[in-house]
Design a protein around this ligand. Structure first.
Ligand SMILES: *Cc1c(COP(=O)(O)O)cnc(C)c1O
Length: 337
């Protein structure tokens, strides 16, 4: 019999604002952000830009919009983006780069999303001439979601960047979980963001804000992205209420991501997952019948997601305490795999 509330491990997007976050939201000073008059949103944008060592930032309703604005600035219609086969921009944004920006995509294969510069260079073709598509940008995802929360090795990132610079190729960083990469690796945020032309970060994943991402880049690019955001219907008015949640999360919910990473390892151990593959807050486990496994776990109060024909995904977050992780681990360890 299940007596406690279900433990939801489907995603770190399921968090709900804490009482303290709600209080910060309620007190936000707001104005019309399309008129550039929302002080809280302007403060959030600058704060994130400063944290990442960039010039300017733009608040967006979703990470997908932040990514798509970045890509639109870097790749022209009929030009090419290269990315990991399992990249969010390729698999989970429903063809937005093609639909909105006329961008074509080619992908490199990887081991759990881990960036290898040689694999990128093998497929990139910056000056393909008049008969082939030229590569205009490379997208890197850090941490890598469908790779299992993989933190990108900095030396490979730097190698991709120097190759890209040499060949006039632009670079986008999908940093939806860059905060996790920062906490897990100890690498300062500006170093993780350095060398990219556009960077997106999510406030509504592990940070626990209800809505929002920020695109950071040069002032010039952010000014251009602001126009495209409006064109996409993403110009919003009193966003200060949402920005306040983001600012609260930046103050209070970054360091604690280490707890999520520790809880992920508790879950991984229960499922005999190689601990070396669990770098942050995402665990992938192989099971013979994922649908049955997910159903059995749900009956016992643990909510998971099937991702692939033999895989389940577990994600730890702000609303999963250590006690929850231990209880979920006990439930999952007892299930037939
Ligand atoms: C969640 C996520 C995004 C953005 O998703 P939205 O649902 O549009 O906010 C982008 N990239 C990665 C890697 C993600 O996990």
């Amino acid at each position: 019999m299940v007596t406690d509330a279900p433990i939801d491990l489907r995603s770190d997007t399921v968090t709900r604002p804490t009482a303290a976050m709600r209080a910060a939201m309620a007190e936000a000073e707001v104005g019309d952000d399309v008129f550039g008059e929302d002080p809280e949103t302007a403060a959030l944008e600058q704060e994130v830009a400063d944290l990442l060592g960039c010039e300017a930032g733009l608040f967006t309703p979703s990470g997908s919009m932040a990514n798509q604005l970045g890509l639109r600035l870097l790749v022209g219609p009929g030009e090419e983006l290269v990315a990991d086969q399992q990249a969010h921009v390729v698999r989970a944004e429903l063809g937005a780069a093609a639909v909105f920006s006329g961008i074509t995509t080619r992908t490199w294969a990887s081991d759990r999303g881990r960036l290898v510069a040689a694999a990128v260079q093998e497929i990139a073709e910056p000056n393909a001439g008049a008969y082939s598509v030229s590569t205009a940008a490379i997208a890197v995802e850090n941490t890598h979601n469908f790779g299992g929360g993989t933190v990108q090795p900095l030396d490979e990132v730097r190698a991709v960047q120097s190759y890209a610079r040499e060949h006039g190729i632009a670079l986008h960083l999908d940093g939806a979980r860059l905060w996790n990469a920062h906490v897990a690796s100890g690498t300062p945020l500006p170093e993780l963001a350095a060398g990219f032309d556009t960077v997106s970060v999510c406030l509504s994943k592990g940070l626990g804000a209800p809505v929002g991402s920020v695109l950071v880049a040069s002032r010039e690019r952010v000014d251009a992205a602001r126009i495209w955001r409006k064109r996409y219907g993403g110009g919003m008015r009193q966003t200060g209420f949402l920005a306040a949640a983001g600012r609260f999360a930046l103050r209070h919910h970054v360091d604690r991501l280490a707890d999520d990473h520790a809880n992920a390892r508790v879950l991984a151990a229960a499922l005999d997952v190689d601990p070396d593959t669990v770098q942050t807050n995402i665990v992938f486990a192989e099971v013979s019948d994922p649908a049955a496994f997910v159903a059995r776990a749900a009956e016992r109060g643990v909510v998971l997601m099937q991702l692939g024909p033999r895989r389940i995904r577990l994600v730890t977050h702000l609303d999963v305490s250590r006690e929850d992780a231990v209880r979920a681990a006990e439930v999952l360890a007892a299930l037939p795999r």
